[in-house]
Design a protein around this ligand. Structure first.
Ligand code: PNW
Length: 455
């Protein structure tokens, strides 16, 4: 057991970092041979994105990464989670490599090394080549075959500089929100059966990503999935409510976390989905459920659960609806429930026996964050981060193996269908001038990273 000299110290090996993603910050959407992504396409359909904002320029990180890494280093950031844009590497999603895309990331990783920043690389953070979408996208197993080629290429190319790999970011978001509700690219509204099939194709990609790292990653390479699991928080931390929350968690996450940890879909899941259950081929689960080195969790919010019985609650739990005036950030889904970051890792440890868990995203978004006298006084974000770090600390003290925390996000960026209106950064970005201004939360988090304790 780790002993703490001060109640809010983090272990020496604990990783503090910041996160972002290619499509959201790079810009240069069509530079140096990059192909169109589903988001480049979707953003141009009128009415899909707030303000009609597109990803053409974003934070212009493509041209400014060296300054951005200098700024990160000045804030004491030592770990940065980023993603590689698939359409920069394979513009059409086939096997026609764009060397200029690889060259860009070689320059980027060299700059990170120069500034003493370790990369944590997500292979896929939603920017699917549009050409693949036109051939069926996430409904088609051909997308998983294309992903295998892409994953092999990037792991081979960067094996000497990248040791921490994340296969996919948040399967739920690019499947159910892209093909079910249609609020994210490509904006399709398909049946439950189709959506369930998209999960399965995404799981195959995860498997190919793990295999790529095992084959080409070189010494010390590690790999895991980043999931935005549905998080259950027991209303009261009593054995009955905790058991109910755990049962809800297991049910709600059966199709992704359940699937990567089992040798197939669970009986419960197949029964629940009935005729809508996904189809699979022999050998799929040898790929999907290969052991991983860690689990990445993106934690923003949760659902309150309590024990309940009777006809209305056949599974022994009740999910509570939040009152209309419950506190939240400006994103409607982002309700303030810091215990989410305690219970999700704990349940993953208990249900799937995870030995190493990283919080790969945690943060909050607001629409109005003015720069006044050279400052952004985002005390709301400082508060959010602090409240969540307290719960991370509590989890570690209770023996939950959380090994790191990445704050989303380093800089205000393209917040998908909310465009540039919704700001998640600890660094403010003026999207007209590209001027960067660290917010109060950046100063705060900088001290936390430096002193490795909650301040
Ligand atoms: C994550 N939800 O998205 C993504 O990984 C980031 O790219 C994104 O910018 C960030 O969180 C903030 O939104 C989510 O509806 C989007 O629960 C939606 C949900 C969760 C995460």
């Amino acid at each position: 057991m780790t002993t703490f000299t001060y109640s809010s110290n983090f272990p020496e090996t604990f990783v503090f970092g910041v996160a972002a993603a290619s499509a959201q910050i790079e810009g240069a959407a069509f530079a140096d041979g990059k192909g169109e992504s589903v988001w480049d396409h979707f953003a141009r359909i009128p009415g899909k994105v707030v303000g009609g904002d597109n990803l053409d320029v974003a934070c212009d990180h493509y041209n400014r990464f060296d300054e951005d890494f200098a700024l990160m280093a000045s804030l004491g950031v030592k770990h940065y989670r980023l993603s590689i844009a698939w359409p920069r590497i394979y513009p059409k999603g086939d096997d026609q490599l764009n060397q200029a895309g690889l060259d860009f990331y070689h320059r980027l990783f060299a700059s990170m090394a120069k500034h003493g920043i370790t990369p944590w690389v997500t292979m896929f953070h939603w920017d699917l080549p549009q050409a693949l979408e036109e051939k069926g996208g996430w409904t088609s197993r051909a997308t998983a075959d294309a992903f295998r080629i892409y994953a092999d290429t990037i792991v081979k190319a960067f094996s000497s500089v990248v040791k921490n790999w994340i296969t996919l970011n948040e399967i739920r978001c690019f499947t159910v929100l892209g093909y079910g509700t249609g609020t994210k690219a490509p904006g399709r509204k398909e049946s439950d059966a189709v959506v369930n099939q998209t999960y399965h194709v995404a799981l195959l990609c995860h498997g190919h990503g793990v295999a790529a790292v095992r084959t080409h990653g070189g010494p010390g390479a590690r790999v895991g999935l980043t999931d935005n699991c549905d998080v259950a928080v027991p209303v009261t931390e009593t054995p009955a409510d905790i058991a109910a929350a755990k049962a809800w968690f297991s049910d709600k996450n059966a199709h992704i976390l359940g699937a990567i940890h089992g040798k197939g879909y669970s009986e419960y899941y197949l029964q629940r989905e009935g005729a809508n259950a996904p189809s699979w081929e022999a050998g799929d689960f040898d790929l999907i459920s290969q052991p991983t080195d860690f689990l990445g969790l993106n934690i923003y919010t949760a659902t309150y659960i309590r024990a309940a019985s009777g006809e209305a609650f056949p599974r022994g739990y009740e999910a509570l609806k939040l009152p209309a005036n419950y506190p939240r950030a400006d994103s409607v889904w982002l309700n303030m429930i810091p215990q989410a970051i305690y219970w999700a890792p704990r349940m993953c440890q208990e249900l799937y026996e995870h030995k190493s868990i990283y919080i790969t995203e945690n943060g909050c978004g607001y629409d109005v964050e003015p720069v006044e006298n050279g400052e952004v006084i985002d005390l709301h974000r400082r508060d959010y981060v602090r409240n969540h770090l307290r719960e991370v600390h509590r989890a570690i003290s209770d023996g939950v193996p959380i090994d790191g925390y990445f704050l989303w996000s380093f800089i205000d960026n393209y917040e998908w269908e909310d465009g540039y209106a919704r700001r998640f950064g600890i660094v403010h970005c003026d999207f007209k001038t590209q001027v960067r201004t660290p917010k109060l939360s950046a100063r705060y988090y900088s001290r936390v990273m430096q002193e490795r304790k909650i301040l």
